[in-house]
Design a protein. Sequence first.
Length: 165
Amino acid sequence: MLDIFVKQVYYINMNENIKYMSIIEKFTRMINKFNYIEKIPRDFGTDNLLYPSEIHLIETIGKTPGINVTELAKKHGISKAAISQKLKKLEKKDLIERFKGNENEKAVLLKLKIKGEIAFKGHESFHSIMDSGIIKKINEMPPEKVKDFEKILDEINIYADSFIN
């Protein structure tokens, strides 16, 4: 008897799920494409190929000059050891520099060098081009649909967080 009940519930759930498979497949395809984009190293005007993780560190340092290694690690959700390795690569590429703070001699602070500033500006330019298509589509939507879309994205983010935590 229980076996029949389980099969019926499974059948009902499968029929419900089939209704949404197209949406889930499209969403998954979109995530995969953005993941692929996030793995491609690019030249942001410095003749250095920079991986997204590197240019995003440059972006954070560019927006918060004088940030310390600990704060940078927290913002990017990675360990100080991992940040230090990435920062060494950026130093070798002559994009950033470390310096000691006046108030706390132990604190290692970060700022962009000239090539880092060029990469920072190049990254901003890249995003203005990349984001413009999405912004155009959103601007074509009625305001209430934009709010609904934003709520859906918030809910998906909360759902994704439940698998991370």
